[in-house]
Design a protein around this ligand. Structure first.
Ligand code: PMP
Length: 368
């Protein structure tokens, strides 16, 4: 079939069974005589798909009552603006924990909205690990929260640097928001601890084009209504994510991935596999006697994006090149860290990680 092991950071690998199902239904979705792509977003058939995606998501998250799921366009980047516009009223403050490039973008978007539009209050940098090129998650004592922030914003997994919050930070009763784009649905977490989370689908739950937002209903009531229509959570919630035409095919793909996840045993089963997968690669790094140097500090290591360097850039290029020839693709690191990045999202089979670890051993033998 010619499928490679795809370590791309996103868009990323999808389960083969999901792609096959989509292929099977592409020309004729459940006997309707057309693809889901060609159907009205108001049709009964499409409505059922979106409803299923929503209820599967709530089930997988063990969502308590009172949470809403939205399927929106515009990527996680749009949420960087929507979050402050909805919740950071002009006289309020919000705290951002800066653990990487995406966290920084979220913070800078809030700063810009404050400076340029006056629609939003002030965003504070509660902590930043930039001085050490975002190699770790700060300890609780390093995070300085303001007395009464509208919300605290974290990025649960830092895709570029390969760090991940090991657990939810203890911020007491503060309203917590998270960008979970790169580790959403990779492990169980207690949704009740978060007032709002968002994630682009293109890593763990589908193709690009749809961003999933899960938020508490009381937040929708509290949200600012005098903001651009397409950025208003109130508008999207009131219209069940169909105020405008939603990315129907992406949402359909998400529904297939969620079914796949459920059949795999849900988030607890997924976590177990993901820990084992990442463990293979980290072990190869740790047993290399320093030939492979992990970027993230051990206590902050991500189970989703594994970043490491080799002794020279020349060797790194050779590594990427030879890996590709062995069917291991998407390993070139992001320029902010350089070196190698192996993304090991849900749909990546464990064999891919085993093959990578074995390739790493061989490469070292031949080049170390
Ligand atoms: N947040 C995180 C954690 C990400 O990994 C990414 C994309 N790599 C983004 C935000 C931006 O997402 P999008 O391209 O969907 O706007």
């Amino acid at each position: 079939m010619g499928r490679v092991h795809n370590f791309s950071a996103g868009p990323a690998v999808l389960p083969v069974s999901v792609l096959e199902e989509a292929q099977k239904e592409l020309l004729d979705y459940k006997g309707v005589g057309m693809s889901i792509m060609e159907m009205s977003h108001r049709s009964q058939e499409y409505e059922a798909v979106q409803f299923e995606a929503e209820s599967l998501l709530k089930e997988l998250l063990s969502a308590p009552n009172g949470y809403r799921v939205l399927f929106l366009g515009g990527g996680a980047h749009t949420q960087f603006a929507a979050v402050p516009l909805n919740f950071l009223f002009p006289d309020a403050e919000a705290d951002y924990v800066i653990t990487g490039g995406w966290a920084e973008r979220a913070y800078e978007e809030a700063l810009k909205l404050h400076a340029v539009t006056k629609l939003c209050g002030k965003a504070n940098m509660a902590s930043s690990s930039k001085a050490t090129n975002f190699d770790r998650i700060p300890t609780r004592s390093e995070i300085k929260l303001s007395p009464n922030p509208a919300y605290v914003h974290i990025t649960s997994n830092n895709t570029l640097y390969g760090t991940q919050w090991p657990a939810r930070p203890d911020f007491g009763k503060k309203t917590l928001f998270a960008d979970m784009s790169s580790d959403f649905l990779s492990r169980p977490f207690d949704l009740s601890q978060f007032a709002l989370i968002y994630a682009g689908a293109q890593k763990n739950c589908g193709p690009a084009g749809v961003t999933i937002v899960v938020l508490r209903e009381d937040m929708i009531e509290k949200a600012n209504k005098n903001i651009p229509t397409m950025l208003s959570y109130g508008i999207h919630a009131k219209n069940n994510s169909r105020y405008n035409t939603p990315p129907v095919f992406s949402i359909y793909m998400v529904s297939l991935v969620l079914n796949w996840l459920k059949n795999k045993g849900g988030l607890a089963a997924m976590k177990k596999i993901n820990v084992e997968k990442a463990g293979c690669v980290y072990e190869a790094i740790d047993n290399s006697g320093g030939f492979y140097q992990g970027h993230a500090r051990k206590d902050s290591r991500s189970m989703m994006n594994i970043t490491f360097r080799l002794p020279t850039e020349e060797l790194e290029n050779k590594f990427v090149d030879e890996a590709r020839k062995s069917g291991l693709v998407g390993l070139k690191g992001h320029r902010s860290v350089g070196g190698i990045r192996a993304s090991t999202y849900n749909a990546l089979p464990i064999q891919a990680c085993r093959d990578l670890a074995s390739f790493m051993g061989d490469f070292q033998k031949n080049n170390g």
